[in-house]
Ligand binder design. Sequence first.
Ligand code: 26V
Length: 812
Amino acid sequence: MFNSKEEFIQAFSEKLRTTIGKEVETATEQDAYRSLGALVKDHINKNWLQTNQQYEKEQPKQVYYFSMEFLIGRLLGNNLLNLQMLSIVREGLTDLGFSLADLEEVENDAGLGNGGLGRLAACFLDSLASVGLPGHGHGIRYRYGMFDQKLIDGYQVELPDPWLSEPYVWEVRRPEDAVEVRFGGYVDTGVTPEGQLTFEHKNYEQVRAVPYDVPVVGYQNETVHTLRLWSAEATQDDTLALAYKQSMSGNYLTHKRSLEETSDFLYPDDSHEEGKRLRLKQEYFLVSAGVQSVLRSFERMELPLSSFPEKIALHINDTHPVLVIPELMRALIDERGMSWEDAWEITQSSVSYTNHTTLREALETWPIGLVRELLPRLYMIIEEINERFCQSLWKQGPGDFDRIAQLAIIADGQVKMAHLAIVGSHSVNGVAKLHTEILKSREMKKFYDVFPKRFTNKTNGITHRRWLVHTNQPLADQITEAIGDHWITQPERLQDLLAKKDDSAFLDQLGKVKQQNKQQLAAFIKDVTDITVDTQSMFDVHIKRLHGYKRQLLNALHIMYLYHELKSNPSFEMTPRTFIFAAKAAPSYYFAKKVIKLITTIADVVNDDSDIQGLMKVVFLPNYSVSMAEKIIPGTDVSEQISTASKEASGTGNMKLMMNGALTLGTMDGANVEIHDLVGDDAIYTFGLSSEEVLHYAHHGGYSARKVYDSDARVRRTVDQLVHYSPFSKGSTEFQDLYDSLITYNDEYFVLKDFANYIATQQRIGYDYLQKRDWNMKSLINIAHSGKFASDLTIQQYASQIWNIQPVNIVR
Ligand code: 26V
């Protein structure tokens, strides 16, 4: 480590010479970024090696977190923070004429995820390393991550995200740990002379899985864990290559491409399960490579297989990696000669599963034919698991065919991945209290009745180091000045801030920090969109994936309503507002894309209208990403968390915004409920139907959007602007389908039902915003309670209640 700025400058200049072959004077920002990355990596490597050696020697139980998504974003700043190198590096670079902030911008975001589920995985890895709990990630090294979103004429257009176009400084390719993954072919069943069944997989196609390891650096400890990202390559089988050359000449390249294609793209849709063959191939690719790799490290310990669950926990992030269950069974039975019963015992006691959604259309099911064709041996194993499970159900309730049909893993021509996950694991958890209750009492009730002890809640969390210490340094400094820095390693200590609740000077300062952050955000907005916003106005922020249930449409309709009032009602009073949106829509999600077009249209109309100047601006920031979130969140006043109650499993943006002093305007959904319980009625703005009411309507009917439309003039006036001649529709049919979704198709997400309530709550929040001292006090109450949502705490609950792993102190 560097003890001084001078030492750093010397090491950095030397790195520039040895890696890039340049002197500081001629180095570009790209050069400087790469040398700095390499320098930081040198330091990481020592701890990485040490961590691995100590784990090999002490053999603690370790968790492997399997996830199709790790939305890690940029690593430079976070790694510097965790290595305690931030200030020396910042100052040294400044002396050399570089700015650390600018170098951070050089790094491409690793956008290997869609949204909350992928970001959660990244936060969990950070926390595991930072609290010293032995745990690593297994994921896919997609050649193209989440698509780049461009706006053309206000419409979303998707472009590929070539994040690997520059060398990725953090990864290490480890060809020596490559494994083969097999697809297709058929299974030859035989019997040994001793009467044991054998299964031989034949005529398969083989893909080589090569791991690229990314270090996960703990906060100011010596721990460095591994995020192992698998990349697909054509197998290095020379005989295959030769055969192709001789018999089918040109086809070898096509064949090679088709194998490598496996890890090309992240599927950018997290709302509609499509049953695509390549997606299933990706899932098995991750699972098979990961399970082989875990078994290799286990076998290096030279312990009996029966102790596998004492040394290893396998966690699956949603059902996407659920094939871990049959794959481990296959490895134990076919390749290690174990009995079904023993293999089942090991598998079930090692695997645990998190459910992240109750939306029917997002639940994974795969057509039997596809699974059987692509994964013939795994299909046999799934059939056997299903058979045995259905038999056990029969024993509990003979003759209850309905129940068995509803719980079966294979039914209606489909393999139901959630059923496989519940049956094949020892733990099923939801991601917020409300979500877990809905799983237990409704969506998974029948399973809960069979396995009551298996279900638990683990409310999501976020790493406060990235989302507060790193991205909001002014606020972090103010907190530390007031209560010391213990909160950085013990986030629940943020509660000590409550002592400052009535301290005017402190509250004042909190307001100043927010103001400073808003100015930075305004500069960013200007830079990206050329829109000038008023930093004295209330910054109202709605940032997340675009989904019907997240109700960006409700927010948009409210802006249309305000605009109409401002234009037509001279006595209408309103706190000046800046509405900020950022959201990507799945490329095939027609409705979501229309909502983007509506928001960008509203922005064009409102921002151009001289009557409205000083009162309202609307901004849609294109290409939302982790690094963009880091810029928006510190400057937010109001956090929009307005999902249809019962639909948002947890939310994590709500936690990040709260932690940065924004007040939540939200429904009683997901973790909003827990935010409400913590901060109390006065420091959150809740509105709308309860989850019970929504679920009641969903099951029993009785909601008529048209009745709301007919009876509420404000609803009618606003909704009509979508289709009648208005500044937004300009007489076109552009928004006819949005209108139809509300009126003709009865408003699936209860937008109109909650509209009046939303207007009233927005009015109240606008008024309260002007009471600066009170507002700052509410902001402080939110920050003080946000430590509850630090992922360090969440991960400790997973560790003690699900994985049974203990912390290890790495010493150098
Ligand atoms: C589903 C699918 C299905 C089609 C293929 C691609 C794909 C990719 C992801 C998903 C999962 C959607 C579930 C999800 O992201 N849930 C979110 O999880 C967050 C972390 O627990 C939680 O905060 C959000 O409320 C929840 O919506």
